[in-house]
Ligand binder design. Sequence first.
Ligand code: NQM
Length: 363
Amino acid sequence: MDYAPSDLRAVPCMLMRGGTSRGPFFLESDLPADPARRDKLLLAAMGSPDPRQIDGLGGAHPLTSKVGIVRRSTTPGVDLDFLFAQLQPNGDTVDVTPNCGNMLAAVLPFALERGLLPIGDGTTTARILTLNTDMQCDVSVPTPGGRLQYTGGTRIDGVPGTAAPVSINFLDTAGSVCPGLLPSGRALDRVDVPGLGTVEATLIDNGMPMVLVRAGDFGITGDETAGELNAHGALKEKIEALRLVCGPLMGLGDVKAKNYPKMCLVAPPKAGGAIATRCFIPHVCHDSIGVLAAVTVATACVLDGSIAQGIAAVPAGRTKAVSVEHPTGEFSVELEVDGQQVARAALLRTARPIMRGEVLIPE
Ligand code: NQM
């Protein structure tokens, strides 16, 4: 398509839904190499900072203020490198520290769309390295007859309808940002929080740095909607006070301006799953749960002595499907457990391109 010349800069991108997140995907080669210039461009593309992101592509929520940057990998055995960037509607930060398993689900479809890899006949599988946390995973998508298939019968809670499955097999997730799976060295900590007293919590990172606490200790049941919890100012203040104390205990330093650790209130399952969750990411309650957040919560469910003990109902066996309930349904994580070690985590997402074109940026 041809458009009239203008004084706006046109940068090729595709708007993709990955799992329960959405954002523009760029080829690394289409963005400035200098991180400061790149981040300025991304802020303009998304319309941040502005609570409505009215002048950009962002959807006025942290889950729709995400960006994917992809390139062909030069690491032996790896096909694609993925850099995830978390922006905020009303902040001017571009955080490339944590990972996002939802946006990760859109990386392979985007790479195939843009010709970074050949499309296989039947299923196409690629090994993806997430540069944020140096984590590898194998991702497969259906490509019958050498053609990308986006429609299908897979349903994920938090997304209307069904679509083709994207299967993700994580190879190494422990200690993604923290120094180890249990950064304090314990499965359960007693954390002294000014103004709040002592709170029992599990500080854990199996793909996402998280603080898990009992919902009951914060006066909630775990049945509440995300909207109800987002309107609960006093609860959010308590959770933030706890988060600020936990950051240094997890080796993350001062986390006041950081998007992690994510905070998760856990309760006994309500709908036949393993555990009920309400996650704050970290200041807004998630409508469902993040991918690596679900892997991390599921891992806590199988660790002796964690906050989930006595709360979670975990299936027996070495390979188990741990169903993590959340405000809009559940998220099943398949864990392969070897004693107190989680050897492998696998799960299904869906993803699709919503628009292909150019984002226009005032120079
Ligand atoms: O935990 C939200 C999301 C996420 C992150 C967040 C994610 C993950 O749902 O892997 O996907 O925690 O900010 O997209």
